[in-house]
Design a protein around this ligand. Sequence first.
Ligand SMILES: *[C@@H]1O[C@H](CO)[C@@H](O)[C@H](O)[C@H]1NC(C)=O
Ligand SMILES: *[C@@H]1O[C@H](CO)[C@@H](O)[C@H](O)[C@H]1NC(C)=O
Length: 449
Amino acid sequence: MTRFPLGFWLLLTVGSVWAHDDAYYSFDDFVKEYGKIYNSDEERQMRKEIFEANFLTIQDHNNNNKRDEYSHVLAVNEWADRRIPEELPLGLHKKAVVAEDDPLNLMFITRPTKKQSTDAAEAFYQDWLKNTVVPVSELPKEVDWRSHNPKVTTHVKNQGFCGSCWAVASTEVLESHIALKTGKLFKLSPQELVSCVQNPLHCGGGGGCQGATYELAFEYVMEHGMVPEKEFPYRSGTGFNVKCSLVNGTLEQESSSLLRRPFDDNTHDNDYIDGAVATIDGYINFPTNNYTELMNAVATLGPIGVTTAASRWSFYRGGVYEVKDHQTKGATDVDHAVVLEGYGIDQESQKPFWLVRNSWGASWGEDGYIRLKRVDPSTLPDFDEDDCGIDTDPSDGAACTKDKDGHTIKPKPVKVCGTSAILYDTFVPVGGRLISNKNKKESRKVQVS
Ligand SMILES: *[C@@H]1O[C@H](CO)[C@@H](O)[C@H](O)[C@H]1NC(C)=O
Ligand SMILES: *[C@@H]1O[C@H](CO)[C@@H](O)[C@H](O)[C@H]1NC(C)=O
């Protein structure tokens, strides 16, 4: 049995006490601590080898912490026997796509040409730009929506082994914005989104546990509303898709013609699903890579849906996460949706950070959260060079891999900025409201063919 001295990874540079008491930590300890069960000796051996490689990576990072002046530390967690990033639960692929028959490969189709989701959202956004947005220097020095009174954030969720980050993050953002608007903090159902949001254009993956996007989730909620968690509890954590079984509690069909395709004009009436308690009027997708707008958005509007390059976050334990090679794939390959819930300056290191809520359970990171290094572009000689990179990888699934005519389309590189590309693609729902019975149509009759 190989034992690793733990001495190195007793972490001294960061304030909190994260050190294991034991001087040694082995694969057997890990198996015991996390209740791991393997089906065969072969699997156990394979997991042991992965664990040992990951353990070395963790030690190495922590050991070099001082020299490289990283202010974040890593630690063993439940992913330590997983291949990283292949076996990380993410659930979002890049959405920038280009038509295959575009000979010059120049056309960026990053989102619908419509400026915002609805006229109401566009009007709200224009008013916000004009009357609310201020220079960053005039914003509060720190923001943390967890401390809002009354509460507007729920407990940290765990997506499990399902690529449902998009559904979980959308649900969390919706919970907060419905609470901010109505005073009612619901625990809403990510399973509803995982199971019921249709993804015919393969945006952000194949749908459900295979990935989708904020746009699809919000468009769905605008039309169908959201039910509380207890109406449709999360069951996809093992990685399996679950049928959309909400309508009248009996719908057992995989795809529903009731659900509209993404980006259609908002022409038909809303058709709220039975049990839905809340909805939104639209959502804003902010301009890409704009620090000023993102700071103002999280300071004045509430939690913000963001997309990130998270393939290297697996063993984050605490501190202000940063990358030294911000133009490499691990720093620019957008693959994960999470929620921005504030910002501040770390007392210990004096580094500014973004406060980000992840969906890997409350025992991951800092009580389920990660703080990402935040850099004000005005402090950089060359923002593009110093804090941006190109998300180039077309192979790991662009958001929309089909266009409206069913043609296959390929991903196109995009410029992404900020730590883990946090500035690239950001969203907020608008017009959160409760669904009262009189908004509801008569109970929907369902045809199961
Ligand atoms: C970012 O947004 C602000 C506020 O809308 C705007 O004044 C500024 O020009 C934008 N910056 C860039 C680089 O687009
Ligand atoms: C929906 O629920 C109502 C009342 O429980 C029931 O009478 C009706 O048959 C249900 N419809 C379907 C399609 O199951």
